[in-house]
Design a protein. Structure first.
Length: 115
């Protein structure tokens, strides 16, 4: 996985259509990303969300090394129910998913526990 390609700042002010998009509930609170160089990064799951054609996951590294930055990836589950996290290859798709996530969370405090 290419870490820099999937980082984004959480601020966006573009009006974005979010029809057909929804959050997906998960019991998992974190997961570990393993990069091609063997480095592992433990991340907190911020949100998983569904757009009309794809699911995405937003993660924040638990080590605090990238304050104010989140990772955005494709998300799915394998046949055993384990998470599959893959890189978003298209700049256009990445921009669109980022903007939808920002619009969907505009009035949500992502730092609070929702329980």
């Amino acid at each position: 996985m290419t870490e820099e390609r999937n980082q984004k700042n959480l601020a966006s002010e573009q009006p974005v259509r979010t029809e057909g998009c929804s959050f997906i509930e998960t019991e998992k609170e974190s997961l570990t990303l393993t990069y091609e160089d063997g480095r592992e990064v433990r991340c907190t799951i911020v949100r998983i969300f569904q757009m009309p054609k794809q699911k995405y996951i937003v993660l924040i590294p638990e080590d605090g090394s990238t304050e104010g930055t989140a990772y955005l990836y494709h998300f799915d589950l394998d046949d055993d129910g384990a998470p599959l996290v893959t890189q978003i290859d298209s700049d256009e798709e990445y921009r669109e998913a980022s903007e939808v996530f920002d619009a969907m969370t505009k009035n949500i405090d992502l730092t609070e526990d929702e329980t």
